[in-house]
Design a protein around this ligand. Structure first.
Ligand code: PHE
Length: 339
């Protein structure tokens, strides 16, 4: 009898462990411990024909087995219900690292640029990416037929005379139209040009625009502000150089170059052996632009500048292909946890 119980125990335990659903467990319970025809129940019932002594020992063993089986069944049921079945836990395994996202390098650099200018009193503002002809061109002193419309930008036009802005300069107009001087703003954002997608161009890229208009703002203020920016961004020993340029909305206009961060000015491939790398366009706000927004150019003057964020980021991080920024390759992106 004892042997029969031991065998039964082995069999039932194996079947409980193999059960895949609570319903299967229930069938096992009925089969072995059911009141009417459960195998264990039958064993207990058959005790009648045994001797007193045997009855006691077998009875005890059978009852103990029944209790044990009920407990094992219950455990297995919880396992199945919580989904922790069959999962051997290896406490020596290292924990799984959760992937934590971080800011994109372009966002990091944009934030850094805005932060530097915020430290000089510039307030961050945003403008729309879909613009009208007035804001993108006319008000900026780029009338219809002006060569700058065709020469400088290939544009993405939309129905209804709208277009995707080709620079962040329209934000200058929006700000000045909406508030009297003094204004001192910094405007980051996405811009669009019909450029080929190659190692240094993208049809969609980011710019940061700056504008400062007040009484008595001079070219010296422009130079000082942008020199401080360059040193904050690239290091205090960076060299800066302003050279004459042309933009319809500034007069005089200039380009700002910094000494090449790769070769320190000695000349290399990145700076085309000139020792200098151009980083932004700038100038004194054209009197006609001030007039267009209702400001009096005899009372106030100002300077403006615009820079490409990808370009700044490429110099800052020594990246040689703009396309890396848009590839979403995690091997690239994971390198930029800090600025
Ligand atoms: N908007 C010009 C560009 O996109 C840059 C610029 C801004 C130049 C402000 C002068 C003043 O190229």
């Amino acid at each position: 009898m004892q042997e029969r119980l031991a065998l039964l125990k082995k069999q039932v335990l194996a079947e409980i462990a193999a059960a895949k659903t609570p319903a299967e467990l229930e069938r096992l319970r009925v089969r072995y411990m059911g009141r009417k025809a459960g195998e264990l129940t039958l064993v207990l019932r058959s005790l009648k024909g045994l001797s007193e002594e045997e009855r006691r020992s077998v009875g005890q063993a059978a009852n103990a087995l029944k209790d044990e089986l009920i407990e094992v069944l219950q455990k297995r049921r919880t396992q199945l219900e919580t989904g922790s079945a069959n999962e051997a836990i290896d406490l020596t395994l290292p924990g799984r690292k959760r992937f934590v996202g971080y800011r994109h390098p372009i966002t990091l650099v944009t934030d850094r640029i805005v932060e530097i200018f915020a430290g000089m009193g510039f307030e961050e503002i945003l403008g729309p990416e879909i613009e009208t002809d007035w804001y993108n061109f006319e008000a900026l002193n780029i009338p219809k037929g002006h060569p700058a419309r065709g020469e400088m930008f290939g544009n993405f036009y939309l129905p209804g005379g709208l277009l995707l802005r080709s620079h962040t300069s329209p934000v200058q107009i929006r700000v000045m139209e909406n508030m009297p001087p003094p204004v001192r703003v910094i405007a980051p954002g996405r811009v669009y040009r019909r450029d080929a997608f190659d190692s240094s161009h993208s049809p969609v890229f980011y710019q940061v625009e700056g504008l400062y208009v007040d009484e008595g703002v001079s070219f010296a203020d422009l130079k000082g502000t942008l020199e401080v920016f360059s040193q904050e961004m690239f290091g205090s020993d960076i060299g800066v150089r302003f050279s004459p340029s042309y933009f319809p909305f500034t007069e005089p206009s200039a380009e700002l170059s910094i000494s090449c961060v790769i070769c320190g000015g000695a000349g290399c491939k990145v700076c085309a052996h000139t020792g200098w790398v151009e980083i932004l366009g700038c100038g004194m706000v054209h009197p006609q632009v001030l007039r267009n927004v209702g400001y009096d150019p005899d009372k106030v003057t100002g300077f403006a500048f615009g820079m490409g964020v990808e370009r700044i980021a490429m110099i800052h991080y020594r990246i040689d292909d703009i396309r890396h920024f848009y590839s979403n390759d995690l091997r690239f992106l994971r390198q930029f946890r800090e600025t």
